[in-house]
Design a binder for this molecule. Structure first.
Ligand code: SAJ
Length: 432
């Protein structure tokens, strides 16, 4: 009974679409469904986000105001902090954060809080899809009992799926609409409903047979990256000892047209996905009685890279008879990867803290990051011309807009952790 009514509303795009969590995943998803003609309600606990969205003012780099404002003006998209809106919604995508606790255990509090609020206003006939990256089993073990309560039957009275978010912030080529969307339901009827839903707004939908498969797909994707980054970071440590240019090795290996995918060493592993997601997998696999040794080892190696970089700076200064203590080190780029403004888990934070702990005077340039708060102090973006006054410059994030030839000309000493100075030669350049 509920299935056919919901299918009809999804097909004729009158289904009231709800997105819980309006961050870098939720807002683009809400926009896609509003652009597909659905009435969309975004729900977020942050009043500031809700107010900005309702003013057509985008706070997400990938969603320009020119896209958002007309959708808000036409009434296709609105936001609220009030979960009572759930009662009138037909579909609900949950896109809330899943960080790690300090103990590297999953922090499920955002998902639990969202579900508790949804539960208060939940009625039969809805489709709920969890998109937050999480350990296999979350949807069936945590969400299902909360939503089913004592009397609702999943797959008949309501529909429940998991679909991993694959948003890559700043990626011009792949955006929410054209990234294949994996979806797995608690029952086949749930999967079918999830496929029908996403097919209305996204180009390619990939059904899988369970929520656990869908949850594991995402963890494989990102653990794959973390492990391979750890591998090349370890290779960089080996190459330094053997005096081999690791960048040249990787570039030449990348000419292999099959069976190889280049990853690059760097100052560490940043972002809100790659350093975090694999520990959701290792946590769950430990419960299943299997040690995720690759993940633990890669986590250790990646975690050592900031120390390796600071040692490199210290040794480079030493070659110029300058102690690190009291030297001025200028950091170029503090975002966790190039051409974005996000500093979450950025290795630059570790590098700066280590430099300060060893007595260096630290400044930074990053046009994407005006202010940096860390360890109780606040640093501000300085013009890159300051590099000329520093005893050592360290390139931590290789933003495309920096004038690297000018930097080489004006700096006294440069430690390059990203091969940003590829093709530039000078005895003042020290490469990872
Ligand atoms: N990094 C390296 N060497 C590499 C690649 C990355 O040191 O070869 C570092 C980056 O500098 C960064 C961290 O690892 O600090 C993570 O980089 P990332 O390229 O994986 O970027 P993220 O964290 O934005 O990852 C996202 C992920 N997208 C989703 O989770 C939906 C990831 O799955 C994407 O593959 C990745 O973007 C991407 O390809 O850009």
């Amino acid at each position: 009974m509920y299935a056919s009514a919901l299918q009809e509303k999804i097909r004729n795009r009158t289904a009231q679409v709800g997105v819980v969590g309006l961050g870098y995943v939720g807002l683009p998803l809400a926009v896609e469904f509003a652009q597909a003609g659905f009435p969309v309600t975004g729900i977020d606990v942050q009043q500031e986000k809700v107010d900005r969205l309702n003013a057509g003012d985008s706070y997400i780099q990938d969603i320009p105001r020119a896209v958002l404002a007309p959708l808000v003006a036409s009434g296709s998209l609105r936001a609220t902090t009030d979960f009572a809106a759930v009662a009138d919604l037909d579909t609900l995508n949950i896109c809330v954060p899943t960080p790690l606790r300090k103990t590297k255990d999953p922090d499920m509090s955002f998902i639990v809080r969202a579900c508790e609020e949804i539960q208060k206003h939940f009625r039969p006939g809805k489709l709920v899809i969890l998109e937050s990256t999480t350990y296999p089993g979350t949807t069936d073990e945590l969400l299902l009992p909360m939503l089913a309560g004592d009397n609702l039957k999943v797959g008949e009275d309501f529909f429940l799926c998991f679909s991993p978010e694959r948003v890559d912030p700043g990626n011009e080529r792949y955006q929410t609409r054209n990234i294949p969307k994996v979806v797995g339901g608690v029952t086949p009827a749930c999967t079918e409903m999830g496929v029908l839903f996403y097919s209305q707004a996204l180009e390619k939908v990939v059904p899988v047979t369970s929520t656990q498969v869908a949850e594991m797909v995402k963890l494989l994707e990102n653990t794959f990256r973390m492990i391979n980054i750890g591998l090349v970071n370890e290779l960089a440590l080996m190459c330094e000892r053997m005096r081999i240019n690791v960048w040249e090795v990787i570039e030449a290996a990348a000419t292999k047209p099959f069976g190889f995918m280049p990853f690059y060493p760097g100052p560490g592993l940043g972002g809100h996905c790659i350093p975090i997601d694999p520990f959701y997998l290792s946590w769950k696999s430990k419960q299943a009685g299997i040690e995720a040794r690759f993940i633990e080892l890669a986590g250790y190696i990646n975690g050592q890279m900031p120390h390796f970089v600071v040692d490199k700076i210290q040794n480079a200064l030493n070659e110029h008879s300058k102690p690190l203590k009291g030297s001025h080190v200028h950091v170029m780029g503090v975002a966790y990867k190039k051409n974005i403004d996000d500093v979450r888990e950025s290795p630059a934070l570790d590098v700066i803290l280590l430099l300060k702990q060893r007595g260096a005077k630290v400044t930074y340039s990053d046009p994407f990051v005006p202010t940096l708060k860390l360890d109780g102090c606040e640093l501000h973006h300085q013009d890159s011309a300051l590099a000329a006054q520093a005893d050592c410059v360290v390139i931590v994030t290789d933003h495309a807009g920096a004038d690297y030839p000018a930097l080489v000309a004006q700096a006294r000493l440069i430690v390059d952790t990203r091969n940003a100075l590829k093709g530039l030669h000078s005895d003042k350049i020290v490469r990872l």
